[in-house]
Structure formats: C-alpha cells, structure tokens
Design a binder for this molecule. Structure first.
Ligand SMILES: C[S@@+](CC[C@H](N)C(=O)[O-])C[C@H]1O[C@@H](n2cnc3c(N)ncnc32)[C@H](O)[C@@H]1O
Length: 308
C-alpha cells in the first residue's frame, strides 16, 4: 500500500475519523468532583496570548495546560510527547517540579533532548524512550500524567490510560487530549480549481485515517468511558476553541502553507486538487492563497481529565 509522508497529527487535524466525539461542554461524571474547579470552562485560546506565539498551536496548548491549574512544584509525565511543545509549557509552569518526556520514537526523544540541552529548563526535563503501555516509572510517581493525541493510536487505549493511572499519585490526575475536529481556514472559492477544496482535503484525510483505524483496535465508546474503564473517577471534559481573525501573522500563514503542501501528498485526493494545492501554496505566486487578507482559522481541542 502506498504510504504518504503526512503525519498522524496532520490527518487528525484534517478530518474526523474515529468515534469519540469532542465534548463541547464539561461532561460531569456522577457526583461533584474535587477537581472540577481545576478544569476551566470552554474558552477561546486566542485571548490567552499577549505575545507572538512561538509555535502555531501555542495559544491552544497554553489554554489546555493552564486549565489544569498545576502547582509550581508539580511532577508531570507527558506520554507521547512528540517534539516537546507541551513539555516546554509544563516545564515553564512547574519550575520547581519535574517533567518526564516519554515517547516511543527515538527521533522525538532526540528532538526533545536537543530542544532543552541549552535551556534553563534542562534540569526540570528528563526524557524517556519507552512505550506508554510499559513505562519505567514506579506507581504513584506523578501529580499529572498527560497524553495528547496519543491514546487513539494504541490498539487498546484503556490499557494506555490504565498505565497512566498507575503512575500518578493517589488523588493525582490523568489528562488526555483527544479530538476529531477538522481545521478550517480556506474560503469556499480560492479562485482556482473547483471550489470546496478544503472539504475534499477532509474527505481524503478521513479515508486515510479510516484505513489506518481499521488496522488497530476499535473503540465503540467515548473517551470518558475509556478513562472510567481504566479505573479513573470524577471524569470531566473541557473543550478549547482556537480562532484566528484576519489578517493572520506571517508565522501562522507559513505554518498553514506547509500544512497544505503536505496535504498535496494525500493518497485519496485527486490529481487536479493536488495540482491546485501546489499552485496556491507557491509563495509569492499570483494564486498564493496564503497571501489572502481574509483568512480566518478555527480548531477545537478537548481534554478529558480523571482522578486516580
Ligand atoms: C500525534 S503525535 C502527538 C505528539 C504530541 N503529544 C502532540 O500532541 O503534539 C503522537 C506521539 O505519540 C508517540 N507514540 C505513539 N505510540 C506510542 C507508544 N505506544 N508509546 C509512547 N509513545 C507513542 C508517537 O511517537 C508520537 O510522538
């Protein structure tokens, strides 16, 4: 089967393809939760950043992480940390604590090591190349185990969350971020090709994700139940909208340019749409869609939090 260079995150960003529905409001479990005040109400990420973001998703990442209300001395595990954006925010917040950055992919671990090697946060961050299903930590090690866009990759997400629950202290929390929203930023008509290319990108991504999903285990229920079945209690969900108004910043349009160019590799996108994508992402070309002054952007992220 042909493989595409798009990443799982790209695909997730582009299409909704698995069963868990992003909760648009807090989902209260039975009883009043002791952790309820620590999970913020849904809010707009854009209101949180007063400076230019260091990476595209930083406002949304910051909104999610701030909502957890972590103490400065908290110990945090980021399981499936990728290149370490969340590790960075946890370390900046928990300067008297520690952050364990775990990933199964040696390249991710290498990237996190390089990211913090010369940073004043290097003593807070420790990296672990390991499988989230078999972490090297003693039971009851962390105040928070966080895992973003990783549990759905596992054939058995309940087993993954159970391991996260094992390594948090009694009363500590597990927070997973899983959502299935499709980013939106292109107008219906970008002036060339057939109008509606964004919807066709989503459809092609969904096909890719669906095929990938069928190779793994299916999860016929939502993430709150995954957390419950893993032994967590007081389960809550909170969603975070991420909206950008025109005109987008140059760093934002450049991120979206790269994103669209990767979409041109989608196996299930037809040749004319691929050609259009290459044309509209050519910097400075007359059809450069990213040079438009009317682009706005939306995304929603959802976190599910349970107490051990
Ligand atoms: C989609 S990326 C998410 C990265 C980051 N957490 C974020 O939200 O941007 C998923 C990450 O999980 C890692 N991963 C996948 N399966 C894993 C496993 N069984 N154990 C640990 N990490 C895993 C991948 O290597 C990848 O870095």
């Amino acid at each position: 089967m042909k493989t595409t260079p798009m990443t799982r995150r790209d695909a997730l960003r582009a299409a909704a393809a698995f069963g868990a529905t992003a909760a648009l409001a807090e989902v209260a479990s039975a009883g009043q939760s002791a952790i309820a005040p620590q999970v913020a109400r849904p809010q707009s990420a854009t209101t949180l950043m007063k400076t230019i973001p260091r990476w595209f998703w930083e406002p949304q990442d910051l909104a999610m992480i701030r909502s957890l209300g972590l103490a400065r001395d908290a110990s945090v595990l980021d399981a499936g940390c990728g290149k370490g954006n969340h590790v960075q925010l946890f370390a900046e917040r928990c300067r008297e604590g520690r952050v364990a950055a775990l990933d199964i992919n040696p390249r991710a671990i290498h990237a996190v090591k390089a990211r913090f090697a010369a940073s004043d946060l290097k003593d807070i961050v420790t990296t672990y190349e390991a499988n989230v299903l078999r972490t090297p930590f003693e039971a009851g090690t962390f105040d928070l185990a966080w895992s973003s866009h990783t549990m759905h990759i596992l054939a058995d997400p309940v087993a993954g969350v159970r391991e996260l629950a094992r390594v948090v202290k009694p009363g500590g929390r597990v927070a997973i971020r899983e959502d299935a929203y499709s980013v939106r930023f292109l107008p219906l008509d970008i002036g060339i090709g057939e109008p509606g290319i964004e919807s066709r990108i989503h459809a092609a991504s969904t096909k890719w994700l669906a095929a990938d999903r069928l190779k793994r285990g299916r999860v016929p229920f939502g993430w709150p139940r995954v957390l419950k079945n893993a032994g967590l209690r007081e389960i809550k969900a909170a969603s975070f909208t991420f909206q950008l108004s025109p005109p987008l910043l140059p760093m934002q349009t450049e991120y979206l340019r790269k994103y669209l160019r990767r979409m041109a590799d989608l196996e299930h996108l037809d040749a004319s749409d691929k050609a259009t994508l290459l044309q509209i992402t050519e910097p400075g070309a007359p059809d450069d869609a990213l040079a438009r002054d009317d682009l706005h952007f939306t995304d929603i992220a959802t976190i599910f939090v349970g107490e051990a």
